[in-house]
Ligand binder design. Structure first.
Ligand code: SAH
Length: 216
């Protein structure tokens, strides 16, 4: 099967992102350039350009394209930014981010997912991405601080340990709310006055769980 989708599907993909309000040209370009079909399961290739989440290995999901684009847009990325992603999953969101920042550290608790995402990102030439097997609730101090943090798994609350990793002026985006239900996408900005917190839209993400996953 060819790695690229038929042009009409990709045209509709761009159109539906624009229709739903994504207007940042750099984000739209990244969404156009990164082939989503290589991040989905082979059986789902035909559905890769539909605006829906799909199942991947280890019972996890690749997020809906609109949500990927929306979260990326809300991060207001600049080329010099150091970015942290918690929840590598397929690596799709990481590939989009890699086009828009200087360095991305992405952390995944399943070794199977971390390994396959790393291989895909390498194949795409996303050389500024480091995929780490680890726990987003326990990030090594040596990783330093970040200009932007994106969490792509649902957290019941945003840990202080995470907001403390934000550089001044930094932005964090995370789905916050009960597991197995609807969450709210929360944006936190570190300002001189403290943390500025705002609810954006309702979303559904798989849960963020502590520790490295035990795999069979
Ligand atoms: N961003 C992904 C979608 C992520 S699904 C993509 O573009 O495909 C959420 C992912 O978060 C899952 O793979 C899950 O295993 C991972 N995850 C959950 N809790 C985590 C934690 N504490 N640390 C790191 N990864 C975590």
């Amino acid at each position: 099967m060819p790695a690229t989708a038929k042009p009409p599907e990709k045209m509709m993909f761009q159109l539906s992102l624009r229709r739903r309000g994504i207007s940042d040209q750099a984000v739209l370009r990244a969404m156009e350039e990164i082939p989503r079909d290589i991040f989905v399961e082979p059986a789902d290739r035909a559905d890769a350009y539909r605006d829906s989440a799909l199942g991947i290995a280890c019972g996890q999901t690749i997020s809906q394209p609109f949500v990927v684009a929306y979260m990326t847009e809300q991060l207001q990325l600049q080329k010099h930014h150091r970015v942290l992603e918690i929840g590598t999953g397929s690596g799709y969101q990481a590939a989009i981010l890699s086009r828009l920042c200087s360095h991305l550290l992405t952390i995944e608790r399943f070794r199977t997912l971390a390994d396959s995402a790393r291989a895909r990102l390498k194949k795409l030439g996303c050389d500024n991405v480091e995929v780490m097997l680890g726990d987003g609730f326990d990030i090594p101090a040596s990783a330093g601080n970040f200009d932007r943090i994106i969490v792509t798994a649902a957290m019941e609350k945003i840990p202080d340990a995470l907001t403390q990793r934000l550089e001044p002026g930094g932005i964090l985006i995370a789905p916050v709310g009960p597991h197995q239900s609807v969450q709210t996408l929360i944006r936190v900005i570190r300002t001189d006055a403290g943390l500025d917190r705002k609810g954006l839209v309702d979303v559904r993400f798989v849960p963020a769980l502590p520790g490295i996953a035990r795999e069979l």
